[in-house]
Design a protein around this ligand. Structure first.
Ligand SMILES: [Zn+2]
Length: 75
């Protein structure tokens, strides 16, 4: 999968996220490739459990990806 395709998937997922109040999602670390499940509207920055990079931070109640990417939405 090219990085361009990845970006398209990401924006689709983000759009889906915007339509939901609360959900869980799987985030992949850009640093080590580790995946973890997190709340879609976390109250604290999401850190990689493996390498401790900040994968996503919060702006208000919204998730903003930093060093991670969304790979799956969980219902
Ligand atoms: Zn990591």
């Amino acid at each position: 999968m090219s990085s361009k395709e990845n970006a398209t998937i990401d924006s689709k997922l983000v759009k889906q996220l915007g339509q939901k109040k609360s959900d869980f999602l799987k985030i992949k670390c850009n640093g080590c490739g580790g995946e973890q499940v997190t709340f879609s509207h976390p109250s604290k920055p999401v850190k990689c459990l493996v390498c401790d990079k900040v994968l996503a931070k919060t702006t208000g109640s919204k998730l903003e990806l930093v060093q991670g990417q969304i790979v799956q939405l969980l219902k």
